[in-house]
Design a binder for this molecule. Structure first.
Ligand SMILES: [Fe+2]
Length: 169
């Protein structure tokens, strides 16, 4: 960790956050196709996918301003959260629960990443951070939406599972 100037730290943070958004897109795009029983979550996810494209563009623009390109996608930047999000539980019908837990975790992960990015921007004397403040608010809103919907999703899942079980008898 020697010889890092604030600008290097900022560029690294931009690249890491960019890789994070790339992975978030992959995860959400995989999930959104199997949410037809959960229209509210599907709608929120589709909206957030759109927002995430904007977030990624803002990061790319900031990197371009330093004549830097985003790094090739670093697999696993989300670590265990990413692993959890890519688990499939085909056949059990409870993917929605795991997806919800994983989304709750990774939206909060992104909230922390943007807070950190904004702090490093400040240390680096970077003034044009309004876009990242917007990204932070979008992540906080999505984290809040998931947080507020865990119970409703679980009830819906349970009623579908129980109805399916009854239908077999
Ligand atoms: Fe997000």
């Amino acid at each position: 960790m020697a010889d890092d100037n604030p600008r290097d730290l900022y560029i690294r943070a931009l690249k890491n956050t960019h890789a994070l958004e790339q992975q978030a897109l992959q995860i959400m795009e995989r999930q959104v196709e199997r949410l037809d029983q959960y229209p509210e979550m599907e709608q929120a996810l589709r909206r957030h996918i759109q927002e995430t494209h904007g977030q990624r563009d803002r990061l790319e623009e900031a990197l371009l301003g330093f004549n830097e390109k985003p790094s090739a996608l670093k697999e696993g930047v989300l670590g265990f959260v990413g692993n959890m999000a890519s688990l499939t539980h085909a056949g059990f019908g409870d993917e929605i629960l795991k997806d919800t837990y994983a989304n709750h975790a990774f939206e909060n992960f992104e909230v922390a990443a943007y807070k950190s990015l904004l702090t490093i921007a400040e240390i680096a004397g970077e003034r044009s951070t309004a876009g990242f403040e917007q990204s932070l608010r979008e992540e906080q809103a999505m984290a809040r939406f998931i947080h507020d919907n865990v119970e409703a999703i679980t009830r819906k899942y349970a009623s579908l599972a129980i109805a399916g079980e009854k239908a077999k008898i």
